[in-house]
Write a new protein. Structure first.
Length: 183
């Protein structure tokens, strides 16, 4: 937009390009690491399912009807180029039933916490949701604070295990952009 205002003067136009370059540098201060859930290590009763509406044409579902403490897992490993700074975890999910809208999530081997994919409510459509602080006792779905993880530069591991059978995850984003909303 600056280039349009200053159009007609080669020297100023050059400066505007420099400003654009600076803007790009500022934007790139945020890191976005994005990967398919199904690119991870899938152990039954977690399973990969084909779906033309899923990112990459597939998603991962916990097919264990028993839910909590059931067998199976999804393990995704990712690399970060910066840190330690607060990072946020986001996932593309379908949460269309209160009985199939959560996993247990362990980050870098820490104690597992509930990851409620219904944080923005139930919907039959794909939606992006953050990993958030847990809801009050007895509340299944609620918008709460996005959890920040002070990840160091290098390799990290996300492990999902069963909490509610039928829960679905398609794609994962790890970012230090606090204004990120998915996609
Ligand atoms: Ca639930
Ligand atoms: Ca996918």
């Amino acid at each position: 937009m600056i280039a349009t205002v200053l159009c007609g003067c080669g020297r100023v136009a050059f400066q505007s390009r420099a400003e654009d370059a600076n803007t790009t540098i500022d934007a790139s201060a945020y890191e976005y690491v994005s990967f398919e859930a199904e690119s991870g290590q899938v152990t039954p009763k977690f399973a990969v399912m084909p779906d033309p509406t899923a990112s990459g044409g597939e998603y991962v579902i916990d097919t264990d009807n028993a839910g909590l403490t059931g067998p199976g897992s999804l393990i995704n490993t990712f690399q970060l180029a910066v840190g330690p700074v607060p990072f946020y975890l986001w996932a593309r999910v379908i949460a269309d039933d209160s009985a199939s809208d959560s996993f247990m999530l362990s980050v870098d081997g820490a104690a597992a916490i509930p990851f409620r994919t219904c944080v923005y409510g139930l919907s039959p459509s794909w939606q992006w949701v953050p990993v958030t602080a847990d809801c009050p006792a007895g509340v299944d779905c609620c918008p709460t604070t996005n959890l920040g993880y002070s990840f160091t530069e290098g390799s990290h591991v996300l492990e999902l295990t069963s909490r509610e059978g039928g829960s679905i995850i398609d794609r994962i984003v790890v970012t230090n952009d606090p204004d990120y909303t998915g996609g």
